[in-house]
Write a protein that binds this ligand. Structure first.
Ligand code: T3D
Length: 262
């Protein structure tokens, strides 16, 4: 068991806290493995109905730990394609393919893969003091962890290229105004608000929320006809869930629904 990611479970919310605070929660292989194990548990454990991802200390994540990439200690250039394939890509795929909501609370600076991980989550809140930095170009790399996909779709080419080529920090308020994240919260209120949101989602109709996530993610690759077909199929599936029956019954009985997640 690693202490590079703190794991806790309460009321259906699996909270994963990146925990290398002295390094602003930069990714080494141990933290990658621990975070992946957390998201794999979220996939497999039906008791998990939402995930809350955040960071310990003053940063969210500074991306790849560059201490592990010191060229002065290496024989030759590293194969970064291998580390992307082995670590960053599986992580982003696990987040995006999880049929449960992933809330992200960006408690401080998010740089490189740390920023793009935050943007890959379903509902991202950030502390007012947080900043997002596409740090890759400062060290001669290209954006990864889905950054070129996410930034391009959410911001368009001009803003995506300027942010990534200049590596200028983007403050949390602008990130929210541009639609990169859901909202900005006062620093001292961030964790309470993110925890409450994750708990609310975990008490929701998990099956329907998971299908909603899949439908919205599918939309960027579909035309309208394909998306309408997909909505039909997903609505058929949602309509056969126990939570749909409970939701309608509760409405008609003028009471609060009690969703089981099935
Ligand atoms: O390699 C592959 O597998 C390819 C994948 C790449 C994915 C990537 O994410 S590439 C991008 C890597 N990340 C960066 O380039 C960001 C580097 N960090 C920074 O630019 C700054 O630290 C920040 C802008 C994030 C924060 O600045 P500031 O002034 O608030 O803090 P600081 O003083 O720079 O950092 C505090 C400590 O954390 C410091 O250590 P010290 O001096 O107190 O012992 C610093 O060295 C350490 N730290 C911060 N980021 C990293 C790091 N150590 C290792 N790796 C880091 N990425």
């Amino acid at each position: 068991e690693s202490n590079t990611v703190l794991v806790s479970m309460e009321a259906g919310v699996l909270t994963l806290t990146l925990h290398r605070p002295d390094k602003l929660n930069a990714f080494n292989e141990e933290m990658h493995r621990a975070l992946r194990a957390g998201f794999e548990r979220a996939h497999e454990d039906t008791g998990v109905r939402a995930v809350l991802l955040t960071g310990a200390g003053r940063g969210f994540s500074a991306g790849q730990d560059l201490g592990d990439r010191d060229p002065r200690k290496a024989d030759g250039p590293p194969d970064l394609g291998r580390t992307i394939e082995a670590f960053y890509n599986p992580l982003i795929r696990l987040v995006r393919s999880l049929e449960k909501p992933v809330v992200c609370a960006v408690n401080g600076v998010a740089a490189g893969a740390g920023a793009n991980l935050a943007f890959a989550c379903d509902i991202t809140l950030a502390a007012r003091s947080a900043r997002f930095i596409q740090a890759f170009s400062k060290i001669g790399l290209v954006p990864d962890s889905g950054g070129t996909f996410t930034l391009n779709r959410l911001l368009g080419e001009q803003r995506a290229k300027a942010l990534t080529m200049t590596a200028e920090p983007l403050d949390a308020t602008t990130a929210a105004e541009w639609g990169l994240i859901w909202k900005v919260v006062d620093d001292e209120a961030l964790m309470a608000e993110a925890t409450a949101l994750a708990a609310r989602l975990a008490a929701g109709p998990t099956k329907g929320l998971g299908l909603t996530k899949r439908a919205i993610q599918a939309a960027s690759a579909n035309d309208l006809d394909a998306q309408l077909d997909l909505e039909r199929d997903f609505q058929r599936e949602a309509g056969s869930s126990a939570d749909y029956a409970e939701g309608v019954a509760a409405f008609l009985e003028k009471r609060t629904p009690e969703f089981s997640g099935r």
